[in-house]
Write a protein that binds this ligand. Structure first.
Ligand code: HEM
Length: 548
């Protein structure tokens, strides 16, 4: 206790020197013990003191509720002082650009995501030259040439999903789970060369395994927090003991997942040795690119490929980073579209104009994708207001670093965590207007006022916001390598769902349709932090799909 107070005082003194608004909080946001006990402790503190800053800004996930408010009230740079670290929150687009630009001075601190190294070091846990090497190799598969396959897999998965929903006799309360299945299958199919139908009829588990690739990665991702905390080694040991019930199953899934990765590695290495061409999946590309960089690097040049552990680590982290982010954003978007039927119709009009009655299977990705501006606007507007990643974390390291925010320049002490606030910047009223907190996808669409003479399609394009006022996929060198992947997946899904079908909210007993839609708006705004931001109670909303 005395030690904590001493650290708090030391951090407070450091923050004071920066001469910017200070908020004292009881624990650092990256303290795992705090994450476990925050809820009950804050309930007691709130009961005693009310919703004072000390309580309000300690609540994990507070950013998504506060949006621009803390910054408009106090200023566009605010420091949160805790006994662990000091956290400098920035919500000034120019300063944010500066931080992205000076990426050597402001990098992600390896401590922040070290926990993600469960299956091996990877792009998320690396910094400096190590990160550069991994980034170069792992982002290669995200080229445009793979997007046609991605488009097709997404369309196929979404078509199966909507048939599943149409067949339901009860209101659908599993939208969040179903979008997770969709996102998992798209990632497995387009990214890892493993195709599954929505109804999970995949290959049987191989001898000696309990789970096939799909089921093992699904269990690993669903139980990520546990695996990250306990580690796959300990869980793997529990797998032998049935008395550990679900823990034993999760342990077995981690063993099976690692085995599947090893099999992929062996198969790909064999194909390379025999000169056989293979599909450009993420895994295959990782292994090939790694092999090529390794063999082409000259003596004394340093290692250019990926180690075996880094291959495992990256297969896991690309699954991790690409799964929940996409799945949760998709479910927010679907609930919102159900609550805003006019926006749904607006998007469906575009899909009809671009796709018409054509068979969805025969669509040419390159021809249709760039024209589906409204579909993409729905995605942008959803991640503007609901981003599963709460902010972009950077850090200073051994030296103090100067930064200018607005009119003020200050020196940031060493080892200070810096959060570039997506929630704040993406709702700042001077950039986004007085309706910045409202979900209005139309704000993203610019109308040239002309319709194409040839096709009659509308001449619409996507609004490009001021740099630093929108960075839902981050920006600068560490920008999300899966940005286009998620966008293509989203647009293909919208086409397959909304060309022929529509979704509505099912009112509960005694509720009007209007009340039901208002309830959905409250549900999408009631979010909490697990590893990422997600809705607390999506199952309270029933949806119904029918023909358009
Ligand atoms: C709605 C969809 C998505 C959103 C909003 C999103 C957002 C982000 C953000 C904000 C970051 C930076 C995190 C940070 O610096 O702390 C990031 C990084 C990353 N994302 Fe995404 N992402 C999405 C989908 C995907 C997909 C589909 C993949 C892969 C298939 C992916 C792979 C990654 C990876 C590997 C990183 C780490 C990059 C690095 O450190 O260099 N993401 N993403």
């Amino acid at each position: 206790m005395a030690w904590n107070l001493q650290c708090l005082w030391r951090n407070y003194r450091l923050a004071q020197k920066m001469n910017i608004p200070i908020i004292v909080i009881p624990a650092s946001g990256d303290n795992p013990v705090w994450l476990l006990v925050a809820k009950p402790v804050l309930a007691v503190l709130r009961f005693i003191f009310g919703d004072i800053d000390f309580v309000k800004y300690s609540n994990p996930g507070w950013e998504s509720k506060a949006k621009y408010r803390m910054y408009e009230e106090l200023g566009e740079a605010v420091i949160h002082v805790s006994p662990g670290h000091n956290w400098l929150y920035i919500c000034n687009p120019d300063a944010i650009n500066e931080v992205f630009r000076r990426h050597k001075e402001f990098d992600r601190h390896p401590e922040l995501l070290a926990i993600l190294a469960v299956f091996g070091p990877n792009i998320s846990t690396a910094t400096g030259a190590d990160w550069q090497r991994q980034r170069k190799i792992t982002s290669a598969p995200f080229s445009d040439s793979n997007n046609a396959l991605l488009w097709d897999v997404s369309r196929q998965q979404a078509s199966e999903l909507v048939q599943h929903w149409l067949a339901a006799s009860e209101p659908i309360r599993t939208t969040d789970e179903d979008t997770r299945t969709l996102s998992l299958h798209v990632l497995s199919g387009a990214g890892f060369g493993k195709q599954y139908s929505f109804h999970k009829k995949g290959e049987k588990a191989k001898a000696g395994h309990l789970y096939n690739y799909r089921d093992s990665i699904a269990l690993v991702l669903e139980n990520c927090v546990l695996i990250l905390v306990l580690g796959p080694k300990l869980l793997g040991k529990l797998a032998k003991w049935r008395i550990f019930g679900p823990l034993a199953k999760i342990g077995q899934a981690t063993i099976d997942f690692k085995d599947h990765m090893t099999t992929m590695l062996i198969e790909e290495n064999q194909a390379i040795a025999e000169g056989r061409p293979r599909a450009a999946t993420i895994t295959n590309s990782l292994i090939r690119a790694s092999e090529e960089s390794r063999s082409s690097s000259k003596a004394g040049e340093g290692f250019k490929g990926l180690t075996e552990d880094e291959i495992y680590g990256n297969i896991f982290v690309y699954n991790f980073a690409g799964h929940d982010t996409t799945a949760t954003t998709f479910s927010w978007a679907l609930y919102l579209l159900a609550a805003f039927p006019d926006t749904q119709t607006w998007m469906a009009e575009e899909i009809m104009a671009v796709v018409g009655d054509r068979d969805l299977q025969s669509l040419d990705f390159k021809e249709v994708y760039p024209k589906l501006v409204r579909c993409l606007a729905i995605f942008y507007e959803t991640v503007r207001l609901w981003n599963p990643v709460l902010g972009i974390c950077k850090s200073t390291f051994l030296d103090p670093v100067d930064l200018t925010v607005g009119e003020q320049t200050f020196s940031i002490p060493p080892d200070t965590r810096i959060v570039l606030s997506t929630n704040g910047s993406q709702t700042l009223r001077r950039y986004w207007g007085d309706d910045s907190l409202e979900w209005k996808p139309r704000r993203w669409v610019l109308d040239s006022g002309t319709n194409s003479e040839e096709t009659g399609e509308k001449g619409e394009s996507l609004f490009v916001p001021a740099r630093g006022s929108f960075f839902a996929w981050s920006d600068g060198v560490r920008t999300c390598p899966g940005k286009k992947f998620s966008q293509v997946e989203f647009v293909a899904t919208m086409v397959a769902l909304f060309r022929d079908y529509k979704v509505e909210v099912v009112p509960e007993k005694g509720e009007t349709s209007f009340d039901a839609r208002e309830r959905v708006k409250r549900t999408v705004n009631d979010n909490g932090m697990v590893l990422l931001l997600q809705m607390r109670d999506p199952k309270s909303v029933g949806l119904k799909w029918s023909a358009r």
